[in-house]
Design a protein around this ligand. Structure first.
Ligand code: NAD
Length: 259
């Protein structure tokens, strides 16, 4: 039973937040899941949770910006299960939040490389294996890819998220002939660990930030969304229930982007 029964899914950033919730939900709905994250530790805990609910998972510690490691993660999933149906290119960082004039070129590169090149690599190395049966690719962008509500200092992040939108649409066009669908999800604020790893610089105070609404406030529920709510969307896009949807940007933000 399950919407993605017997499918094989590769999830990046699977050790935490949205990736973790999506991996658990895909597994609960019948998928076998290759859990990709920087270190084995947190993804290992997700593997244990999946196995405890009767599912199957493998863990691959991989920096998504490393072509050799990403390719080998895909190969490991193929070796284990012989097919690949779903890629959730989700790993991402906020990077250093600082005004453009204070952003170091290295910080810019690190954010772009992780978020944008990481997405490209996961898609690139999956294609040869997904071509045969078709499949579904889901990319985690953000509402910040289109506009930057409370996103001052996030020029590199927003640029990477806009890049993911453009890349996802090009991929949808290019891969339609293989019946590989590609969709881009754009969450608003979601309750995860991402801000723990976010460094805000003192220079941010140089920018006068006009706050219309408190950060994270969303008209629908007046609080950030949950990773599980995003996972429901990922499951839908991974499954055949979305068989005519490709190249779409789907907002999941409780109307935050309309503020
Ligand atoms: P998170 O920090 O809880 O989880 C991200 C995971 O990605 C972590 O486990 C981290 O180790 C992993 N990761 C980071 N860099 C990596 C790399 N180079 N290689 C492999 N793994 C790496 O964050 P989250 O909120 O779940 O973020 C997931 C995605 O959602 C990101 O792309 C983020 O930009 C996007 N997003 C989040 C929000 C939000 O409010 N939380 C809003 C919009 C978009």
């Amino acid at each position: 039973t399950g919407w993605v029964k017997d499918r094989v899914a590769l999830v990046t950033g699977a050790g935490s937040g949205i990736g973790k919730a999506a991996a658990l939900k895909l597994a609960a709905n019948g998928a076998r899941v290759c859990l990709v994250d920087l270190t084995e530790q947190r993804a290992g805990e997700v593997k244990e949770l999946i196995e405890a609910q009767g599912g199957e998972a493998i863990v691959v510690d991989t920096d998504v910006s490393d072509p050799v490691r990403v390719q080998s993660a895909v190969e490991l999933a193929m070796k284990e299960w012989g097919r690949l149906d779903v890629v959730f290119a989700n790993a991402g960082i906020n990077g250093v939040v600082t005004p453009i004039e204070d952003m170091s070129p290295e910080e810019w590169d690190h954010t772009l490389t992780t978020n944008l090149k990481g997405t490209f690599l996961a898609v690139k190395y999956a294609i040869p294996h997904m071509k045969k049966n078709g499949g579904s690719i889901i990319i985690t962008s953000s509402i910040n890819g289109n506009r930057s509500f409370s996103g001052f200092g996030m020029s590199a992040y927003s640029t990477s998220k806009a890049g993911q939108m453009a890349f996802g649409k090009m991929a949808a066009l290019e891969l339609a002939r293989y019946r590989i669908r590609v969709n881009i999800i754009c969450p608003g604020a979601i309750q995860t660990n991402i801000s723990e790893n976010t460094q805000k610089t003192p220079e941010l105070h140089k920018i006068e930030i006009p706050v219309k609404y408190p950060e994270g406030s969303q008209p629908l529920e007046h609080k950030p969304g949950s990773p599980d709510q995003v996972a429901d969307l990922v499951l839908f896009l991974a499954s055949d229930h979305s068989s005519h949807i490709t190249g779409s940007e789907i907002y999941i933000d409780g109307a935050e982007s309309l503020l």
